[in-house]
Design a protein around this ligand. Sequence first.
Ligand code: SAM
Ligand code: SF4
Length: 389
Amino acid sequence: MYENYENQLSLYVHWPYCETKCPYCDFNSHVNENIDINNWIKSFSNQLYTMRKEFIDKNIKFKNLNTIFFGGGTPSLMPLEIIEKIIDISYNIFSFDRDIEITLEANPSSYDGKKFYALKKLGINRLSIGVQSLNNRYLKFLGRLHSIKDVDIALNEATKIFDNISVDLIYAFDGQNLVDWTNELVSFLSKNNLQHLSLYQLTIEEGTKFFKDYNNGLIRKIDNNLAAEFYDITNKVISEFEYVKYEVSNHAKKGFECIHNLNYWNSENWIGIGPGAYGRLWSSENKNRIEYQNYKNPKTWLSKNLYQTEYEKVTELNNYEADADTLTMGLRLCDGIKISKLINKSIINFNSLKKLEEQKIVSLKNNILKVNKNHIIKLNSIVDFLTNQ
Ligand SMILES: C[S@@+](CC[C@H](N)C(=O)[O-])C[C@H]1O[C@@H](n2cnc3c(N)ncnc32)[C@H](O)[C@@H]1O
Ligand code: SF4
C-alpha cells in the first residue's frame, strides 16, 4: 500500500498560550503565564530526539521533513529562542526538504514588525494571520483584542517580509448580514494580495463561553439554509479573485496550497510536539498506523518531558480506524482521495455509494473518490452515510 503514499513527514509544534481566551475557541489555549524558556526548550528538544529514535526503532519510512507548523494558541507570542532551537534540532535530526514550508500562526494583536523580520531570519516562510472578522463590531463580538486598523498594519508589515501569507476568517453567525459580509470580503480582497485564505463558519463548541451563552439563550445558531447561502456566496466571491478552493474551508492562489495541512488530509506522517499535540505515523513493518498523544495540560506536559519523553497515550489504530480516518480526512479535499489508500475497502457501504453516485453527490472514477463541490458542505453526513454498515 505504500505506493499510494508519498511518505511525507511533517512536524506540528503547539504553543498553548494566548493573551486572552476567545469566547468561541475550544483549542488547547490558555492565558499566558510566566514561562521558563529553558525548561520549554528542554521539553521540546526531548520530544524531538525521542521521536527520532522511535522512528529508527520502528522502521518508519519517511523522506526529509517537508513542513513545520507552529500552531496554537498564539505562536507569535513564542520566545524566539524556543523557535530557533526547535528549527535547529529538527534540521539536524531529520534534515529538511529543499522547499520546506515553515508556517507560524500570528495574531494581529501580538506581533511587531521587528518580530516578523526575526521570524523570517529563523526560517519561517509562511505566515497565517488570525484576522477573524472584517469589521470592528464583530471583532468585539468574537472577543478579539485587535481592530481593523491593527489588521491593516499587520498585513502591511507582513507583506513587506513574507511572500506566502494566509488569513483566517470566521463568518456565518447569527445576526451577520449576508450582503454586508460579501461587501466586506470584496473590499478586503481588492485591497490585499494574499496567497491563501481559510474561511470557517462559526461553530459553537462545547465547553466554550459561546456554548454557555447559547444555552442561556444569549446567542443563537444560524439557520442551516442561511449557512449554506453564506457558504455559496463566499466561495463565489473568492473564486472571482482567482483563488481555487482545494478543501472544504481552504482556498489558495495557484501553487500556494498549505502543504502541511495537505499532509494531514492525505494521511501522510506527522509528529506533534508540545501540549496536546498528537502525531500519526505509518509503521512500515506491520503497515499499521501509530498515534502518539501528548499531555494536554501545559504544566503536565512540561514536567513529563523535562528529563525524558512521556506521552499521555500511544495507540495503534486498527485497520478500520485507520481507514475511517483516511476517508474522512481525504474527502475534505476537492480532488478527493485514491480509494486504493484504504487498507480494507469494506469500510465503504457500496449500496450507499451507488445511491450517492446516482444523486451526483459523490463520484468514483479511476480509483478517485470525491464529493461533488456543491455538496461538500454536507461532508460529515455524507461520510456517515457512506460508511454506515
Ligand atoms: C488555532 S486557531 C487560532 C490561531 C490564532 N491564535 C488566532 O486566534 O488567530 C485556528 C483558527 O481556527 C478558527 N476557529 C477557532 N475556533 C473556531 C470556531 N469555534 N468556529 C470557527 N472557526 C474557529 C479561527 O479562524 C482560528 O484562526
Ligand atoms: S482563537 Fe486563537 S487567540 Fe483566541 S483563544 Fe483560540 S487560539 Fe487563542
